[in-house]
Write a protein that binds this ligand. Structure first.
Ligand code: NAD
Length: 434
């Protein structure tokens, strides 16, 4: 099979699409399967349904070469490939548990499709799933659907993904490490073959260890950001700059300078739900993960610090016009899932303010949650006539804003949540942690 390995991916979102494009770039034929017909059509016409730097261009090129295709037909995707990655969502339930319904649906469907396959096939879970999910949910569904036994009948891996939105393709192609959790050596070998052209250490583990590595990594990063925010909140009270402090802290090689940017907290589709899921899994195992619980608590309060500072400066928000710059949970993405901007805009509206927002890429997605606020075509337009401005995402273009642009505001209060503005170009803004 070696040279001919073809890959199918179930779920064509940020992870599925990036993984497909990345493996196609490495020379493998890939088939993306999604239940969303519109997404499938867009991919087949060479258009990316999401914004990620470089993704659209590479997808177009690969489509022209015929190395990648999309379908809504799961049986076709599985029958025409030797390895299937599960890349479906694993959102949180209200109680913090992971909602495994998409994992259930897709593993059952893959199981049925495997019944008809004569050749060896490996199913790899790429979605982030709580430890024991591959063994207790995915494998039983695959076995039931296929009528085969995992191991001799088909291979199973758990291959967590560490890409960051905003640099997804770059991260996928240049990972720090590749983790392959394997049911047995044959499964692991098959997956390792896909990654042989990657310049990264490959860690071969059990399924459960691979699942746990992903949660432990994300929880650590979420904790590191929250730690920086906690120190930042204390710095603010001391009237000192958290960034100056963290520069001194990050130079310690045991700590490293990454993920020490104080601000209004982490968001996105991963950190919040993954920390919650680990807390919830620990609880089921009879352990109270109090440190991680506090990470969630501190992080959920952090965006409101912007509102507190704003009110200290301009008083009641009723009837005030507030310009919000940035809606995505981080720059270089159109993703607004769990973005601090959602909490901030919601609170501004609750307190009677009028909001005019601008984001270079995320307005389409934000509009689905807030269809009635004002949206501007540019940062400059959002600022016109505003009583105050909140900078919520550190888009690079905000660094070019000058005093001149802000002079179009009616008021003069600028609250910075992300250290996005250039102090050499803009005067008199106030930071949340500096
Ligand atoms: P996403 O919401 O962007 O995409 C998921 C896709 O799966 C959607 O297009 C949806 O239509 C499709 N889907 C749902 N049910 C399906 C089914 N039964 N069959 C086929 N397709 C189905 O999600 P994402 O951000 O790509 O995340 C996927 C998984 O990867 C999650 O477990 C997430 O935690 C993990 N992850 C995400 C990132 C990230 O930065 N987004 C990074 C690492 C890991």
């Amino acid at each position: 099979m070696r040279k001919q390995v073809r890959i199918s991916l179930i779920g064509a979102g940020y992870v599925g699409l990036t993984t497909a494009v990345g493996f196609s770039k490495k020379g493998f034929k890939t088939i993306l399967m999604d239940i969303d017909k519109e997404k499938v059509e867009r991919i087949n016409s060479g258009e990316s349904p999401i914004y990620e730097p470089g993704l659209r261009e590479m997808l177009k090129e690969l489509r022209r070469e015929g190395n990648i295709e999309a379908t809504t037909n799961l049986d076709y995707a599985v029958s025409e490939s030797e390895i299937t990655f599960i890349c479906v969502p694993t959102p949180s339930r209200r109680n913090g548990d992971t909602d495994l319904r998409y994992i259930e649906d897709s593993s059952k469907a893959i199981g049925k499709a495997l019944r008809l396959k004569e050749h060896y096939h490996v199913v790899a879970v790429k979605s982030t799933v709580p430890p024991e999910t591959t063994e207790r949910v995915v494998i039983p569904n695959l076995e039931e659907g296929s009528g085969k036994k995992a191991g001799p009948g088909f291979g199973v891996c758990m291959n967590p993904e560490f890409l960051r939105e905003g640099s997804a393709l770059e991260d996928f192609l240049n990972p720090d490490r590749i983790v392959i959790g394997e049911l047995d050596p044959r499964s692991g070998e098959t997956l390792a073959f896909l990654y042989r052209g990657f310049a990264a250490p490959v860690l071969r583990t059990s399924l459960k260890v691979a699942e746990m590595i992903k949660y432990a990594s994300n929880s650590f990063l979420a904790m590191k950001i929250t730690y920086a925010n906690e120190i930042g909140n204390i710095c603010k009270k001391l009237g000192i700059d958290a960034y100056e402090v963290m520069k001194g802290v990050g130079l310690d090689s045991r700590i490293s300078p990454h993920f020490l940017r104080a601000g209004i907290g982490f968001g996105g589709s991963c950190f919040p739900k993954d920390v919650l899921a680990l807390v919830s899994k620990a609880e089921k195992l009879g352990y109270n993960a109090s440190l991680l619980k506090e990470v969630i608590n501190v992080n959920s309060r952090q965006p409101y610090r912007m509102i507190d500072l704003l009110k200290k400066r301009i008083g009641s928000l009723k009837g005030k016009r507030i310009a919000v710059l940035g809606l995505a949970f981080k720059p270089e993405t159109d993703d607004v899932r769990e973005s601090p901007a959602l909490r901030i805009v919601s609170e501004l509206i609750r307190q009677g303010a009028g909001v005019v927002a601008y984001d270079p890429k995320a307005m389409f997605n934000f509009r689905k949650a807030f269809p009635k606020i004002g949206y501007a075509e540019s940062a400059k337009e959002a600022l016109k006539g505003a009583d105050a401005c909140l900078v919520v995402t550190e888009w690079r273009e905000f660094r070019d804003l000058t005093d001149d642009d802000f002079s179009a505001m009616r008021g003069s209060v600028i609250i910075e949540g992300r250290r996005a503005l250039d102090p050499k170009k803009v005067d008199g803004f106030e930071g949340v942690c500096w």
